[in-house]
Write a protein that binds this ligand. Sequence first.
Ligand code: SAM
Length: 278
Amino acid sequence: MSAIDGLPPLREVIASHDLSAKKSLGQNFLLDLNLTAKIARQAGDLSGMDVLEIGPGPGGLTRGLLAEGARKVLAIEKDTRCLPALAEIAGAYPDRLEVISGDALQIDPLAHLTPPIAICANLPYNVGTELLVRWLTPEDWPPFWQTLTLMFQREVAERIVAQPGSKAYGRLAVLAQWRTEARIVLSLPPGAFTPPPKVSSAVMHLRALPEPRFPAERAALERVVAAAFNQRRKMLRAALKGLAPDIEDRLEAAGIAPTERAEQVSLEQFCALARALA
Ligand code: SAM
């Protein structure tokens, strides 16, 4: 694809801009443009969509998204060393790449984007879960984005799609499955990255449902799930006793045995409990 976009291969970009990877910024770069185009394709048809990318780094995925036809890419990058390399990409795709220099946790991207919007990123591991939870828990639903196509450590991806009864099942599974359809779409070994991380990775695709699967007030559901999984080995009547003095009655009203543990409770039951506590 370097021939398609006329830009140099990513190894040359890294060398010419002296972009040695910084561990503190979660930098594990994707340098294979065939792979970044493949990841971009997991987001679906991007023509006519604005794409928010967090952490473009030297721009491998950014180039994939642009080559796959995104109407516009808004890329937020904390490491200012990457800006000259990203400016070169912007030059090759006039008016289609906007780069914001800063911390994605502090920047509201909405003013820079026009719907429909997709989010696609090889996320920095240190902020990936926090961003995902923010995108899943706005007050209003549907959210500003239609799809999330995100790279995570394999273990985090498995927590997002986990079902009741498994060790991986917890807050992330409940929050993600309540409002989205979530799938693991690609698995990547450490060697796909430079430098290779210690663990395997996976690309997830999450599609926002038009409305949550079961009715519940968001804040109540978040409270119940946090309390239940903070003490996941305890019976729910003990783990949740701080939420209501008559918690056993509320659990029973939601069809949950007070002696059950969080790991066994389905999404539908958590939503019923959030309603019983609201
Ligand atoms: N997208 C590139 C790729 O696939 O090769 C780089 C991915 S690397 C895993 C994560 C990127 O996120 C790095 O470029 C890093 O500098 C950037 N980053 C880390 N923390 C960030 C933050 N809080 N806000 C924005 N970017 C951040």
